[in-house]
Design a protein around this ligand. Sequence first.
Ligand SMILES: [Fe+2]
Ligand SMILES: [Fe+2]
Length: 179
Amino acid sequence: MADDVITVLHRQHEEIRTLFAEVESAAGDERKDAWYRLVRLLSIHETAEEEIVHPAVKRVNGGTPIVDARLAEERRAKELLSTMDGIGPQAEGFDTLLVQLRDDVLAHADHEEQAEFPLLRKVHGQERLEAMASAVRTAETIAPTRPHPGVEGPIANLLTGPMLAVVDRARDMIRKVSG
Ligand SMILES: [Fe+2]
Ligand SMILES: [Fe+2]
C-alpha cells in the first residue's frame, strides 16, 4: 500500500520534532547545518500543506474555521522563522526565539494532527489520500526553501512559489559554497 497524505505529513512532523532537538543540542557547524535543514523542511512542508491540504479541508463542512486558525499559526511561525533565518543561529537572542518557534510549530503540528487530518480521513477514501500524498511530494519539489510570510494562500503560493523557489535555491547554493 502506498503512503497516504496523512502518513507523509505525520512523518514530516516527526522529522521536524527531531530537527528541533538536534538544533537545541548540537553546537558549531553541526548546529548550523541542522538549523538550515530545519528551515528548509519547515518551508517546503508548510507550503505543501497550504497548496494541497488546507484547500481540501476548507471544502469539508465545518473545515473553514479550522483551516483559518492553522493558516494564522503558519503565518506567525513563518514570520518568526524569517527573522531567525535573517539573524542566523549564532546571533545573540537566537536561543530564546528558538524555544518560542519550537513551541509554536509543535503546537501547530498537534492541532493539524488532532483537528485537521481526521476531517480529511473522514471525507476521502484511501485512494484519494494516496493521490494527495503524490501531490504533496510534487508541491515540495517546487516549494520555496526559505520562509516567505504573507504567502499563505494556495493561489499566492502557486503564483509566487516557483519564482521564490528559484531565488531560494540560488541563495542556498551561495550559502553552501560560502559556508
Ligand atoms: Fe502546517
Ligand atoms: Fe504540518
